[in-house]
Ligand binder design. Structure first.
Ligand SMILES: C[S@@+](CC[C@H](N)C(=O)[O-])C[C@H]1O[C@@H](n2cnc3c(N)ncnc32)[C@H](O)[C@@H]1O
Length: 563
């Protein structure tokens, strides 16, 4: 069990900033994307400044003195010279998941939106083709938990790992869910506590909100989601003395998961948080934030459900200030609130949470229980085996289905800052830790280390499927030679092949182009993936043959994975 907030990520107050839900998947609605495009202010926002010490030490695979990655392998753009290598062979798999409804799958999948998640139907296409009930399915970059949840929904043992504590909370909630009865009992006891404590929390919320009237918050870093207080508005000079009036002490709130009451405050609230909610709702948010302990599976599920409804542009969300897909940049939030005189509508957290729990309960709990791990993908193999053995389960995976982070495409902390604040995680800490900011060569070394670390955790006939985007530009800029980067080709040549894997082929998934979350970024679309390609490899010839033979198996889409 994860002890409350015992994650290796500094807290928001350390300088953090944080993303997205829409009871949907990462592959999100293009209309919403356009609507919210101006929100992003990634570069140059002081809230983004990484924490001092930078990254944790890299986890190295034994003796890893890798030879240089081969010269860039590229897919030619129109008018360019052809690839220096033959194109990778296509795996004859029908891209049948594309024909499913967007929200196809178990009701837990859209618990909380998550950037760059793939659709549940894609996970089903691989789980159904390459595993049987009881097999272990592993995802070392599990994100919102799509692969492990789908595996559990189909009676497999889904193991998800991610270094992002938000991803861990979401994955754990889905693969180790409590019973409905336990959820109802806990919700009832929280309501009772609330009925006693409400006046104190309302008073606290009023004091927090008083520090941040809409339009009075400036862009100074001290009032930002970087962890500084809700800014106290300076009053007019005293007429009697000419001196400025005393500035009231900022209101402090208890830490997330501390079970502290309204009088146990120790933290400041970022100004943008106070702007987002009606003060009545803010009181309930502060109460829930303090009372929910992430180390407890029941509370963790409630917290995951709550971050799924924290913000969105419909009445089912606690704040309508932002879309559910991602948190708008703090600076934009301040300007937007001031410009539009935004006044949050009052929402009852208990009513909305109960409605969310009913939606989540629609398909019951998944058929089997899985495992959620928090840690670096490079040693996910070792930790996954240990966790499986501990539970007396088969300890090697028959299928790995994963999408590694792309080349500096996303900032999972920053674009989730409101959610990470609620859970007590530092958004900047998350972004300083994750592997989303690599250039090409370190990225391939990273991928190679991940693949090396997975080897011991693979069954003899395991299949490994890597969902990779073909990134158009490196680190947000067009590559110097103007060529596109064929990530699947590079991952094969620069990471999988040198690590001794065998190639089964590549599956193309062009669905991404029109609907990718990353389309949100308009001018920054260079960071987006134009085309998802799935590189299918295996550690052995038995696995490679199984990958090829299974590709053409028909998949039953009529199962209870409906939505
Ligand atoms: C493309 S997303 C995976 C989305 C997932 N397939 C889903 O459906 O939600 C990549 C994930 O890699 C995680 N990540 C980045 N660096 C990592 C690392 N070194 N170890 C483990 N996870 C990492 C990010 O937190 C993110 O959740």
């Amino acid at each position: 069990m994860l002890p409350a907030r015992a994650v290796p990520v500094p807290r928001l107050s350390d300088g953090g900033a944080p993303v997205a839900d829409r009871a949907e998947t990462l592959v999100m609605d293009a209309t919403l994307a356009r609507e919210d495009a101006p929100a992003v202010g990634v570069a140059g926002d002081p809230a983004l400044a990484p924490l001092g010490g930078r990254r944790r030490p890299a986890i190295r695979v034994a003796g890893a003195a890798y030879p240089p990655v081969p010269a860039r392998l590229v897919r030619p753009l129109p008018g360019q010279l052809p690839l220096p290598f033959a194109p990778l062979p296509a795996l004859p798999m029908e891209v049948d998941w594309k024909d499913r409804p967007r929200l196809w799958g178990h009701a837990y999948h859209p618990m909380c939106s998550y950037l760059a998640s793939f659709p549940a139907a894609l996970a089903h296409a691989f789980v159904a083709r390459y595993t049987r009930p009881g097999d272990v399915v592993l995802d070392p970059f599990s994100g919102r938990g799509t692969t492990p949840l789908q595996a559990c929904a189909e009676g497999r043992i889904g193991v998800g790992n991610d270094l992002n504590p938000l991803a861990h909370v979401l994955t754990a909630a889905k693969v180790e869910p409590p019973t409905s009865r336990d959820l109802e009992a806990r919700l009832a006891s929280l309501r009772i506590d609330w009925s006693f404590e409400a006046p104190g929390w309302r008073d606290l919320a009023a004091r927090v909100a008083a520090g941040t009237p809409a339009g009075s918050v400036t862009g100074a870093p001290t009032g930002s989601a970087a962890g500084a207080p809700a800014r106290v508005a300076a009053g007019a000079p005293s007429q009697a003395t000419g001196a400025p009036p005393p500035v009231p002490a900022p209101a402090l709130v208890p830490e997330a998961g501390s079970a502290g009451g309204p009088g146990d405050g120790s933290e400041l609230v970022p100004a943008e948080v106070a702007l987002a909610f009606h003060r009545g709702t803010l009181a309930q948010v502060l109460f829930a934030r303090s009372h929910l302990r992430l180390g407890d599976p029941v509370d963790r599920f409630l917290a995951a459900a709550l971050v799924g409804i924290l913000h969105g542009r419909r009445p089912g969300y606690l704040s309508e200030l932002m879309p559910n897909t991602f948190s708008m940049a703090p600076g934009y939030v301040r300007d937007f609130a001031a410009r539009t005189r935004f006044a949050a509508a009052e929402r009852d957290l208990f009513v909305l949470l109960a409605a969310k729990l009913r939606r989540l309960a629609r398909d019951g709990r998944p058929r089997s229980t899985g495992i959620a791990l928090l840690g670096d993908a490079r040693d996910a193999g070792v930790r996954s085996r240990a966790a499986l053995r501990e539970r007396a389960l088969p300890d090697r995976a028959r299928l790995v289905l994963t999408s590694p982070p792309y080349l500096r495409v996303l900032k999972y902390g920053y674009y989730n800052w409101l959610r990470t604040w609620f859970l007590g995680f530092s958004a900047a800490g998350i972004d300083a830790t994750l592997d989303d900011a690599h250039r090409r060569e370190p990225y391939l070394v990273f991928l190679r280390e991940v693949l090396a670390g997975l080897r011991p955790a693979l069954a003899d006939d395991a299949v490994v499927a890597l969902v990779l985007g073909d990134v158009e530009a490196e680190r947000g800029r067009a590559a110097a030679d103007g060529l596109a980067i064929g990530l699947a080709d590079e991952a094969w040549e620069g990471a999988a092949r040198p690590e001794g894997y065998l190639l089964a082929g590549v599956v193309g998934d062009e669905v991404a182009a029109a609907r990718k979350m990353t389309k949100l970024w308009g001018d920054e679309a260079g960071r987006a993936t134009r085309l998802d390609r799935i590189l299918v490899i295996a550690p052995t010839e038995a696995g490679r043959r199984r990958a090829v033979a299974g590709a053409t198996l028909p998949v039953d889409w009529s199962r209870p994975h409906r939505r």
